[in-house]
Design a protein around this ligand. Structure first.
Ligand code: HEM
Ligand SMILES: *[C@@H]1O[C@H](CO)[C@@H](O)[C@H](O)[C@H]1NC(C)=O
Ligand SMILES: *[C@@H]1O[C@H](CO)[C@@H](O)[C@H](O)[C@H]1NC(C)=O
Length: 340
C-alpha cells in the first residue's frame, strides 16, 4: 500500500498505543450524560414504532436510503458528539457542516430525516431530539437491509452549534492512511476493533469516483492480482471513472457482490484485494495492518462475530456525547435549524 504517513511524534505515539494497548480506547466517550432505553417511555411511547415505519417506507422505496441514514449518523457523532449538528443548514449566523469537505456533494438523506421528524412531531411535539431520531433510524435502516438488531439507548439533546472545521478534521477520508484513521477513531474513544467493525457499514452504499480514483489507478491491480475476474472488475470501475477529469459524481457500490444487503461480504472483497476505497483495503493490505488484518479475516469468516461487534460498536459510537450539547442543548422543532 502507498505510504502516506508522516512519522511525526504524533503518529509514532499512536503506533505505540495501537500496538501495545490494542483495542483499549484512549479517551472515554465522556460526559456527565447518560442514555437510557426508556427515556421516552412516558413522554413518547410510540417513538420507536413511528421511526421504524418511516424508515421502512424510505428503505423500501430505495434501499440506498439505509446507507444514507447510517452514514449521516456516523458523520454526526464524529463532530462534537451525536447531537444532530450535521443536520443543521447554513444560515447567516451559523455555518453548518454540510459543506465541509467530507460532506459536500456526498452526504444525502437529510429529507428522509425531515420526514421522520415530521411524523414524530405530529405525535409527540417538542419531545424527541433529532440526534435520537437519527440514531434510532440508523439502527432500523441496518435491520431493514438484513443487518443485526441492537437496543438503542436514547436521551440525546440537539446542539445549538455546528462545527465546520471539526467536520474537516475529525472525519476520516478515503485516501488517508490506516494509522491516521485509527487515531481518529481513538480520539473518539473507539478502538481498532470498533473501527474495523464499523467500516463494515461499507457493505451497503455507494462511493463517488473522486473517492476511488486514486485507488483504481493506483494499487488496485497490485492488491487484487492478475486474475481475469479482478481485471474485468477493475476495467469496469475505470470505465465509469476516468483517470483525470470527469465523472466525479459517478457512483458504484463499495460491496459489488451484495450492494444492498447488510452482510459480511464487504470483508470478502478486502480478502480478494478488491476494496473500492483505499482506506478500506488498507485494513487488510497495509504494512501496518497486523491487528486489523486479523479482524478483517475474522469478520469475513464469522458473520455472527461481525454482527455482534457491529452492534456493540454502534452503541459505543452513538454514545459519543458532548457535555456542552447535553447541558445547553435542546430538542429542535426542525432538524435543520436551532429553535428561535
Ligand atoms: C473507517 C473510516 C471511513 C472512511 C475513510 C469512510 C469513507 C467513506 C467514503 C469516502 C464514502 C463514499 C462517499 C462518497 O463518495 O460520496 C463512504 C460512504 C459510506 N460510508 Fe464510510 N467511511 C468510513 C467509516 C464509516 C463508518 C464508521 C460508517 C458507519 C458506521 C460508514 C458508513 C458509510 C456508508 C453507509 C456509506 C455509503 C453512503 C452512500 O451510499 O451514499 N463509513 N465512506
Ligand atoms: C456511555 O457513556 C457513559 C458516560 O460517558 C458511560 O458511563 C457508559 O458506560 C457508556 N456506555 C457504553 C455502552 O459505552
Ligand atoms: C459516468 O458513468 C457512465 C456510466 O454509468 C459512463 O457512461 C460515463 O462515461 C461516466 N463518465 C465518465 C466521465 O467517465
Amino acid at each position: 500500500m502507498e505510504l502516506s504517513l508522516s512519522f511525526g511524534p504524533f503518529s509514532l505515539l499512536f503506533m505505540i498505543l495501537v500496538f501495545s494497548i490494542g483495542n483499549t480506547s484512549i479517551i472515554h466517550a465522556s460526559s456527565d450524560s447518560y442514555l437510557t432505553l426508556d427515556y421516552y417511555a412516558s413522554t413518547c411511547p410510540t417513538v420507536f414504532e413511528i421511526i421504524r415505519k418511516q424508515t421502512e417506507c424510505a428503505v423500501l422505496s430505495d434501499p440506498r436510503s439505509a446507507a444514507l441514514i447510517v452514514r449521516l449518523h456516523f458523520h454526526d457523532c464524529f463532530v462534537q458528539g451525536c447531537d444532530g449538528s450535521v443536520l443543521l443548514d447554513d444560515t447567516v449566523t451559523l455555518k453548518g457542516e454540510k459543506t465541509a469537505s467530507p460532506n459536500i456533494h456526498s452526504l444525502k438523506g437529510f429529507d428522509l430525516i425531515d420526514g421522520i421528524k415530521n411524523m414524530v412531531e405530529s405525535e409527540c411535539p417538542g419531545v424527541v431530539s433529532c440526534a435520537d431520531i437519527l440514531t434510532i433510524a440508523a439502527r432500523d435502516a441496518v435491520i431493514l437491509v438484513g443487518g443485526p438488531y441492537w437496543d438503542v439507548p436514547v436521551g440525546r439533546k440537539d446542539s445549538i452549534t455546528a462545527n465546520y472545521a471539526l467536520a474537516d478534521t475529525n472525519i476520516p477520508t478515503a485516501n488517508e492512511g490506516l494509522i491516521p484513521i485509527i487515531s481518529k477513531f481513538m480520539y473518539q474513544g473507539l478502538s481498532v476493533k470498533d473501527m474495523v467493525a464499523l467500516a463494515g457499514a461499507h457493505t451497503i452504499g455507494m462511493a463517488r469516483c473522486e473517492n476511488f480514483r486514486d485507488r483504481i489507478y493506483g494499487d488496485f491491480r497490485a492488491t487484487s492480482g492478475l486474475n481475469p475476474i479482478s481485471a474485468s472488475y477493475l476495467s469496469s470501475l475505470r470505465s465509469i471513472c476516468p483517470p483525470i477529469h470527469g465523472g466525479e459524481n459517478n457512483i458504484t457500490a463499495m460491496d459489488n457482490v451484495t450492494p444492498n444487503i447488510f452482510d459480511n461480504s464487504f470483508y470478502h472483497t478486502l480478502l480478494k484485494g478488491e476494496g473500492l476505497l483505499s482506506s478500506d483495503q488498507e485494513m487488510y493490505s497495509s504494512m501496518f495492518s497486523i491487528q486489523t488484518r486479523e479482524l478483517v479475516k475474522l469478520y469475513a469468516t464469522d458473520p455472527l462475530a461481525f454482527f455482534n461487534q457491529f452492534s456493540e460498536s454502534m452503541v459505543k459510537m452513538g454514545n459519543i456525547t458532548n457535555s456542552e450539547s447535553f447541558a445547553n442543548g435542546e430538542v429542535r422543532k426542525n432538524c435543520r435549524f436551532i429553535n428561535t
